[in-house]
Structures are given as C-alpha cells and as structure tokens.
Design a protein around this ligand. Sequence first.
Ligand code: NI
Length: 168
Amino acid sequence: MALLDILIFPDKRLRTVAAPVEQFDDGLQQLIDDMFETMYDAPGIGLAATQINVHQQVVVMDLSEAKNEPQVFINPKILQEAGEEEMQEGCLSIPTVYETIKRSETVTVEALDRNGKKYRLDADGLLAVCIQHEVDHLLGKMFVDYLSPLKRDRIRKKMTKLIRDQES
Ligand code: NI
C-alpha cells in the first residue's frame, strides 16, 4: 500500500470531472487500498479519487469511531434527495477550514462495491452529507462553491499561503 498526495484547493485538477470505472481489476483494488490508507492517515472520514488526482468515480469512506467500517462507492449516483440540513463540513483538500453548508437531509444512492456489485443505500445525517460532499468531488465541485465569493476568496488566499509555507 502507499500514501498518496492529496491535492489542495484551489488546485485546478480538483475541478476535473471523473469518468466512470469500467474495469474492476487489480489496479482498481490497489487504488482503493491506497485511498483508504491515505484517508485513515490524514485522518479523514471520506476521500474521492479526484483528490488524489485520479479522475475515476471512486469514493472511500469510514464514519465509524473504530475505523473498521470501510465503505466503497464506485460510479455513485444520487437517485433521490429530500429535506434540508445544515452541517459543519471539512475537506482534506481544504485543511483547517470548516464551514456550515446546506445540503439535502436524506439521499438514496446507487453505487457499485469494489467487486462491481451494484447496491442501493438510503442515508441520512452525517452519511448523507458525506455522500453529497464526495459525489460533488467527482463532479469537480467543492464545498467552498456553496459559500459567498468573498468567503471563498478568503479561503483561497489562506490555502495559497499554507501551501507556500509548506514549500518554504
Ligand atoms: Ni472533500
């Protein structure tokens, strides 16, 4: 397994729209394992392939305390969403920034597991928020897109400074 570099906003590659996965081969299994290792190490609760500069529709997630409930969403599609909910969100591509974002309260998602088997899931609470956040990544969208241009610009400057400080 290997730790992968996570792209940081406003890196333009985060705006790439991911393509559907077609091959459930060893390469995909390796990618999923590496994504879990990277997410747990960060530490985070969700990671989209877009964030590690792989533009395929792959999301990994683990919302459990013990970090022993890995969930994989390949080619996820939100079939239904309802209600409204506000929750504070963070993102491994926008470190140290947390903002309250309005999302749907419940979602029904259809996805493939790591073996290509289709499943459907009804989600609410944190899981529903995470699914919407990660599916957005696959579409090249980020939570800062829901904020005012002023706030987004402030975050952009903060991240640019953070990257500069890390490099120097
Ligand atoms: Ni994110």
